[in-house]
Design a protein around this ligand. Structure first.
Ligand code: CA
Length: 446
């Protein structure tokens, strides 16, 4: 028997697969944003002030306009008000109760047969007319390394017989990454500069040579804990407001030279790209699955990381893909190549375990903090979710037009997609996490 705090979010009418929206595009085959999703983002139109919105089909519901139109009351009105400004941090701080109230009311407004259709239709903005912004101020960004398959492949060069670091099976390992360089997808990434060891073993400085992506999933923290007050595993799920796709860009040449013994620094802080919509924990409730099954002989984690509810339903079934084009592919009209296919189920640790571990020393998490899952690699070759794994095992990647890549070259474009699906429910998606690599800019000398 699970207690309420351990159980996943309850299913309600907002998850009903029979519910349809009067927004026609929300029913389009393959849409990421049916009425069962309702992710939150921050948008602007025509250079106006950024403000909160909810994606529905190919439209955005302007929450400030909907609030002004009198479409909300009570807790939902407080939530819509908190989401009406240029960042969603005030809404995140209200916690999951406010998120649930907002979701239920917006679902009712947008459902077929709603008496509010005419007033709500006036608050819709076509998605193609808006600019999407980073939806929250990210105060802290912690990047975990929660896939056993990624960790083992990366560790195999050091010790093929024992590739997992000593702590991996006992706790979710992580490092503190950089929050200021988190960017929303769609922006270009100019190849950064860095110091690494050249082939002759002497240091070189210049545009980085081994630029890689890491296909990750990001959790966005909602309500905060006070410093000194750990969040127990049984309550950790309530801290997880929602999720996005996350690309932890990595300079492998810089990383190899700099990271012993304090860990990655400039190789990771160069930039992180996230998808622009936060898919709420409520929207993902139907796609909960048991936590990753430990292998026979694996140690049992200590009790502060273990809760029955989290073990029963702390995982999520989300198919994740990475797609890519090169300048030559685009010039030749070659279709984009899917270069990674994996699933969030492959994570060895749940996000609730990451929260419980992160806070066990009293460290406080704040609304808008981001926890990265680490590269979500799976066991199969197509599940290798960064190029470093492919390079290590196969020497590089062969694209459909015969081009070879070890790492990313200028003009390459990479994007992630995610889709949660389960029989009996309407699938939901995450939008895109996309960036194109631009040539390095001249390094300033004066
Ligand atoms: Ca990473």
């Amino acid at each position: 028997m699970l207690d309420a705090a351990q159980a996943p979010s309850p299913l309600d009418e907002t998850h009903d697969p029979a519910r349809r929206s009067w927004v026609a595009s929300a029913q389009a085959a393959g849409t990421d944003f049916p009425i069962q999703n309702l992710p939150l983002g921050v948008f602007s139109r025509g250079g106006g002030t950024p403000r909160g919105g909810i994606a529905i089909g190919d439209q955005v519901l302007d929450l400030a306009a909907a609030l002004a139109a009198g479409l909300f009351e009570g807790e939902a009105a407080a939530a819509a008000g908190a989401a009406s400004g240029p960042t969603l941090n005030p809404l995140l701080a209200l916690g999951r109760g406010a998120s649930r109230a907002l979701r239920r009311r917006v679902s009712a407004i947008l459902a077929e047969g709603s008496a509010d259709q005419a007033r709500a239709a006036a608050c819709l903005v076509p998605m193609e007319e808006v600019a999407l912004h980073l939806p929250m101020v990210v105060g802290n960004f912690t990047d975990f390394m929660a896939s056993r398959f990624h960790t083992a492949r990366m560790g195999a060069r050091r010790d093929p017989g024992n590739p997992l670091p000593p702590a991996f099976l006992h706790l979710p390992i992580a490092y503190h990454s950089r929050a200021t360089t988190v960017r929303v997808g769609g922006e270009a990434l100019a190849r950064p500069h860095g110091q690494s060891l050249g082939p002759d073993g002497t240091p070189r400085f210049g545009p980085i040579l081994a630029l890689d992506f890491e296909l990750e999933f990001g959790a966005v923290i909602g309500s905060a804990n006070r410093m000194g007050e750990p969040i127990p595993i049984a309550r950790a799920g309530e801290s997880l407001f929602g999720y996005c796709l996350l690309n932890d860009w990595s300079a492998r040449d810089v990383q190899r030279f700099e990271m012993m013994p304090l860990g990655p620094f400039l190789s990771k802080s160069l930039s992180t790209t996230v998808s622009p919509w936060i898919v709420t924990a409520e929207a993902l409730a139907p796609f909960a699955v048991p936590a990753f099954a430990r292998l026979a002989g694996d140690p049992e984690p200590l009790p502060y990381l273990m809760a029955a509810g989290d073990q029963a339903a702390g995982g999520m079934d989300v198919a994740l893909e990475c797609w890519m084009t090169t300048p030559r592919m685009r010039a030749e009209g070659v279709a984009p190549a899917r270069i990674v296919a994996t699933n969030l189920r492959h994570l060895h640790w749940t996000f609730a375990q990451m929260v419980a571990h992160h806070t066990c020393n009293g460290c406080d998490l704040r609304p808008g903090d981001v926890l990265g899952s680490g590269t979500v690699s799976g066991p199969e070759p197509e599940g290798r979710a960064c190029l470093a794994e492919v390079v290590m095992e196969d020497g590089g990647l062969t694209l459909p037009n015969g081009e070879r890549r070890s790492f990313l070259e200028d003009g390459d474009e990479v994007w992630f997609t995610g889709r949660a699906s389960r029989d009996g429910f309407v699938p939901i998606g995450f939008g895109e996490c996309r960036a194109r690599i631009e040539p390095a800019r001249p390094f300033p000398t004066a």
